[in-house]
Design a protein around this ligand. Structure first.
Ligand code: TXA
Ligand code: MG
Length: 311
């Protein structure tokens, strides 16, 4: 159910949960100072309590209220990428960030999102915690229709149209020496070179405990069985998630991620395409994985691997 910015602010003030757009994906928002609403987010999503939430701020100015220590380069990172699809894991002022938000950790994940409606909303409400607006484990939501599919038509949604980026924010972690990538996202490691002087190492595929507790869990998965393949051969039958400019075996049905030279387009379509499999009752699909292992393609690869593995 569509709500206006004023209605969204009112509902959030009352301690309700509202879905709001961001430039990456839709979020399920609750006010940082409404612990019951925050608890409701976990139950609505079926999210494990040990998976912490990102705190979204209206601007960088508020950061020092919530963060106890500012790592070097934080200023340049924030100036370069905020508002935008960057989340930073920082030492928390524990008294300012409820335990439930941090899942008991001493850190807090912070981002300043870049969506005009949500920025206006944040100016009215103060900090909002929001995970992606999907049932835990399922593909994220990049439109109002996706949110309604997961949470019902009566669920209050601030409708901001389709999310422009289509994949979640990139999460960086300060290890005391350098920044590393705790979750791949809309910004690629290479995007940080002009600002940091290096591309932060990607820690998400490491065997050690992931830097983001959420990486433990099943993610982005449609009900369909996905078969990832670098070479779609003539034996591949049925539905193919692939690219409009490629030729696939006769008789296959293409669900398009866009053009094979355009990772931004593929990112913006990814979750809609995965959700389409479910809404159309498709049980099995091949995925054309013949794309580079660099830049934004790296994020797409990671999301598809997770969506296919059911982990
Ligand atoms: O683009 C995004 O980041 C979207 C929009 C709505 O802002 N949000 C989003 O939230 O993707 P969520 O909850 O789906 O993913 C947040 C990830 C989880 O993997 C969680 O474990 C991790 O961030 N995280 C949150 N707080 C953390 C912390 N203090 N330390 C380590 N990881 C943290
Ligand atoms: Mg999520």
């Amino acid at each position: 159910m569509r709500v206006s910015i004023a209605e969204a602010a009112f509902l959030l003030d009352e301690g309700q949960v509202v879905a709001v757009p961001t430039e990456t994906v839709y979020g399920l928002a609750a006010r940082l100072d409404r612990p019951n609403a925050i608890a409701k987010i976990f139950s609505l999503k079926g999210r494990p309590k040990n998976n912490p939430l990102i705190v979204h701020l209206a601007s960088l100015d508020d950061l020092s209220k919530y963060v106890s220590e500012l790592p070097p380069n934080l200023d340049v990172l924030a100036r370069a990428f905020w508002p935008g699809p960057l989340t930073l894991i920082l030492p928390a002022f524990e008294s300012a960030i409820p335990d439930i938000v941090r899942a008991g950790l001493q850190t807090v994940a912070i981002r300043v999102p870049d969506h005009p409606l949500t920025r206006q909303l944040l100016a009215l409400t103060g900090p909002l915690v929001m995970p992606s607006a999907n049932i835990s484990g399922r593909p994220s939501a990049t439109s109002r229709a996706h949110v309604e599919y997961d949470f019902g038509e009566e669920f209050p949604i601030l409708d901001g149209g389709e999310c422009h980026q289509g994949v979640e924010s990139t999460i960086l972690h300060w290890d005391g020496r350098i920044w590393t990538v705790a979750r791949l996202g809309a910004l690629s490691p290479e995007d940080f070179i002009p600002v940091l002087g290096y591309a932060p190492e990607v820690m998400t595929g490491k065997k050690e405990a992931p830097l983001c507790p959420g990486q433990h869990y099943r993610h982005y998965a449609p009900k369909a069985h996905l078969i990832l393949s670098e070479t779609i051969s003539s034996e591949s039958e049925g539905v193919i998630l692939g690219f409009i400019d490629r030729k696939y075996p006769k008789g296959c049905r293409l669900i398009s991620l866009g053009n094979s030279s355009d990772p931004k387009e593929a990112a913006s379509r990814l979750y809609a395409v995965l959700r389409q499999l479910d809404t159309q009752g498709i049980k099995r699909a091949y995925v054309d994985m013949n794309f580079p292992a660099a830049g934004l393609w790296l994020t797409l690869r990671e999301r598809l691997l997770k969506a296919a593995s059911g982990k």
